[in-house]
Write a protein that binds this ligand. Structure first.
Ligand code: FES
Ligand code: FES
Length: 154
């Protein structure tokens, strides 16, 4: 089937089979490899994207379900060379080691700060609970979210 959607504001089309995930279509057919595929079971959050502004695991959404909808991936957050403040904060806080979890964590953090510009630590913990990182121990990730929240209020 032909799937038509908007990715990061750009019209896109792909031929997909009925059971194909949005993650597969994004990475393998549409040229957006930023969302990572670590588990393909909705467990790790590395594939997090915004579907019509709602945070979803792209591995659990069918490409067909995105037909006619807007998808924002991690590639859509920066403006040209200018990183999104959350991306910048992850770099500045040293919250990236292997980086495999980072795109999903960045998208989930952007979603959190859109909903709650000054989140408490409990809110951060809750919002990022679906995103697994095996490298950092999470403390620097929390620092990055706090830093991005501060940058957003300046
Ligand atoms: S790849 Fe989608 S949640 Fe892990
Ligand atoms: S930085 Fe390696 S999994 Fe998070």
């Amino acid at each position: 089937m032909r799937v038509s959607l908007r990715v990061n504001g750009v019209e896109a089309e792909a031929d997909c089979w009925e059971g194909e995930s949005l993650l597969f279509a994004l990475r393998e057919k549409l040229g957006y490899p930023g969302s990572k595929n670590a588990c393909e079971q909705g467990e790790c959050g590395s594939c997090s994207v915004l579907l019509d502004g709602t945070l979803v695991c792209a591995c659990l959404v069918l490409a067909a379900q995105a037909d006619g909808h807007d998808v924002t991936t991690v590639e859509g957050l920066a403006e040209g060379e200018r990183l999104h403040r959350v991306q910048k904060a992850f770099v500045e806080a040293g919250a990236v080691q292997c980086g495999f979890c980072t795109p999903g964590l960045v998208v989930a953090s952007v979603d959190l700060l859109d909903r709650s510009p000054h989140p408490s630590d409990d809110e951060i913990r809750e919002a990022l609970s679906g995103n697994l990182c095996r490298c950092t121990g999470y403390e620097k990730i929390f620092d990055a979210v706090r830093l991005a929240a501060r940058d957003g209020s300046g």
